[in-house]
Design a protein around this ligand. Structure first.
Ligand SMILES: Nc1ncnc2c1ncn2[C@@H]1O[C@H](COP(=O)(O)OP(=O)(O)OP(=O)(O)O)[C@@H](O)[C@H]1O
Ligand SMILES: [Mg+2]
Length: 266
């Protein structure tokens, strides 16, 4: 079971879109995929037409047992989506109270790792969607994951935001005492704009060894798919956006070893 978090403290860079797109593609290939929504805003949850303000099955109850997770609780929080093979642990808006209650308090950082351990063997891939700020939820996502995908919008402000995210990764690596593997994913690339072209060039220089050599192009069909509540690959399988995420997936599967990961093709 591969567990990957999608994270960046900058908002609106394509985190949720990446979770849905990669999850949708893998489910389409017959893989069993679980998505976990750890963002109190619940964009991923809303994407699949569930309401974070009223939902009872969610990631929230996992945090209410002083850092342990009672047997079978994770299983009880799983919802299916309209896409076969694609499941979701939704977010509840109550998650926001956890950030206030626990901050980055010790003892609460491994809740999601423990919850996912209960589901081991049931899924080929798990994607964790994270909120755009540092707190107990992001710390949990990073601790549970063997690889962190960092979408970065190809514009100048986003490059600054990425430095902040790198700082967070370093801080967490120090406090947890283990290395975190990450890959920068340039998103919303528009080759007609100077800002996109130039910021992609700078990203590639700065993150030479930790950047996907491709990029996710801008595609208005992502918005159409999100209003329909379907992954782009299920709705517009030959769109530019799907081609881009398919090529990212191929890269991840073929190169995980090179970024220090072992991959199981089965
Ligand atoms: N490649 C793309 N082309 C065009 N639009 C995109 C693309 N990727 C994402 N979007 C759109 O940009 C908006 C922000 O994307 P998304 O919600 O995935 O970002 P996010 O990083 O999860 O944001 P937040 O930090 O608020 O959770 C959405 O409306 C989404 O449909
Ligand atoms: Mg999001």
């Amino acid at each position: 079971m591969k567990i990957w978090a999608v994270a960046n403290q900058k908002g609106g860079v394509g985190k949720t879109t990446s979770v849905v797109s990669l999850g949708g593609l893998l489910a389409g290939l017959g893989k069993k995929v679980l998505m976990v929504d750890l963002d109190p805003h619940g964009s991923l949850t809303c994407y699949f037409k569930l309401n974070p303000d009223s939902i009872e099955q969610s990631s929230y109850p996992l945090f209410l047992h002083e850092g342990t997770v009672p047997d079978d609780l994770a299983q009880k929080m799983v919802c299916s989506t309209s896409v076969p093979g694609l499941d979701l642990i939704p977010a509840s808006s109550a998650l926001v109270t956890l950030e206030r209650r626990f901050g980055v308090q010790a003892g609460m950082g491994l809740v999601i790792s423990k919850a996912l351990a209960q589901l081991r063997g049931q899924y080929d891939f798990v994607f964790i969607d994270t909120p755009p700020q540092l707190g107990v939820l992001l710390v949990n996502a990073l601790a549970a994951s063997e690889l962190i995908l960092i979408p970065v919008q190809t514009e100048f402000l986003a490059l600054k935001g990425l430095e902040r995210m790198m700082h967070t990764l370093q801080m967490i690596m120090k406090s947890q005492g283990h290395e975190l593997k990450y890959l920068v994913i340039p998103t919303m690339y528009d080759r007609r704009t100077h800002a996109s072209v130039e910021s992609l060039r700078r990203l590639r220089v700065q993150y030479e060894n930790n950047i996907w050599p491709g990029c996710i192009v801008i595609d208005t069909k992502f918005r159409d798919a999100s209003s329909a509540g379907m992954p782009l690959s299920q709705m517009f399988p030959s769109s530019r956006g799907v081609k881009a995420y398919r090529s990212l997936l191929k890269y991840l599967v073929e190169n995980l070893t090179a970024i220090g990961m072992k991959v199981n093709h089965g």
